[in-house]
Design a protein around this ligand. Structure first.
Ligand code: NAD
Length: 286
């Protein structure tokens, strides 16, 4: 039986890994959780049946001692290195969310410290393990489709996903998080090297929130979508993305709707979040 702790029980740590690990009861037992958000901590401690004394609202408290064999680190991008260094020093085996860091010196320091402590770190380049990618790799390696000489790779971030994550959501400001080339495309960068079995030699990336500025706001547009005269026609309308699409999709308890609330996703709950959080703001507020 492998014991597991999770720091950052959000969309990844709670909904994805936490739920999955919790289902594999014959192999793993979740024994401790840490999150700065009391609602999330309460939700997942109840779901994973974790005792109160093993739930931590403070990173400092949590890292006072080693609490399990494995630590899942699913905090936001800018915290990965700091948290991973603490975990290495306590002797955890680590499942670390991507992107590890966009700074070479930090990556080298992490690698060096992990070597020094003999730590196993697995980075969540989860696409490698999907059925489609495993099949592509198999076809490339067997040369069944010939020699690999080049490939095109398109990360299809739909317009509403772009608005959800990169205009309204956690990754809206590259000063507080990693830029899109890391936040989204590090999977692609990983796969390219995985398929080619060689390392990247050069890379360039450009981009900005050029379109999402005040001057592109439709005439008469409001600060919040629910009050906006364009709410039923604007492609980025939060009403259309979170209410209409949620209904059309069969009212799922799933991403991206679960990002808006820690409670059960209902129309009333979504409407309340669109009134009060950045997910209800006009993408053209700038
Ligand atoms: N592997 C993938 O395919 C994949 C997909 C999406 C996101 N991610 C990555 O996963 C990470 C988490 O993303 P998410 O969508 O779950 O975000 P999220 O906001 O839903 O969850 C992050 C959680 O960490 C908590 N937190 C932040 N700082 C903390 C701290 N110091 N101590 C304890 N808890 C803290 C927050 O309160 C929140 O609950 C990000 O780095 C993101 O890039 C990976």
């Amino acid at each position: 039986m492998v014991t597991v702790s999770i720091i950052g029980v959000g969309a990844r740590g709670g909904e994805a890994y936490g739920k999955y690990i919790n289902e594999c009861k014959e192999k793993y037992r979740i024994v401790a959780l840490c999150d700065l958000n009391a609602d999330k901590l309460e939700k997942y401690s109840a779901e994973f049946n974790i005792e109160k004394e093993n739930c931590f609202l403070s990173e400092e408290e949590f890292f006072k001692e080693k609490r399990s064999d494995v630590l899942v680190i699913a905090t936001l991008d800018q915290d990965h290195i700091r948290v991973a260094l603490k975990a290495i020093k306590l002797g955890y085996a680590i499942l670390l969310e991507k992107p590890v860091s966009d700074k070479v010196d930090e990556l080298l320091m992490l690698q060096e410290t992990a070597k020094q402590y003999g730590t196993t770190i697995i980075v969540c380049h989860v696409l490698r393990y999907t059925v489609a990618i495993r099949k592509i790799k198999e076809l490339i390696d067997s040369k069944e489709i010939g020699d690999l000489v080049s490939f095109d790779d398109l990360e299809q971030v739909a317009y509403w996903h772009y608005a959800h994550s990169y205009v309204r959501g956690n990754w809206r400001n590259s000063e507080n998080t990693t830029p899109m080339i890391m936040a989204k495309c590090c999977h692609d960068l990983d796969l390219m090297q995985y398929f080619a079995e060689s390392k990247c030699e050069s890379l360039s990336s450009i981009g900005s929130l050029k379109h999402f500025k005040k001057e592109n706001k439709p005439e008469g547009g409001a600060e919040r979508c629910l009050q906006c005269p364009h709410k039923d026609i604007c492609a980025y309308s939060a009403k259309r993305i979170y209410i209409d699409a949620w209904k059309a999709n069969g009212q799922p308890q799933a991403w991206p709707y679960t990002v808006l609330t820690d409670k059960e996703v209902t129309e009333a709950e979504l409407l309340q979040k669109l009134e009060t959080t950045r997910y209800g703001e006009c993408v053209f507020n700038g």
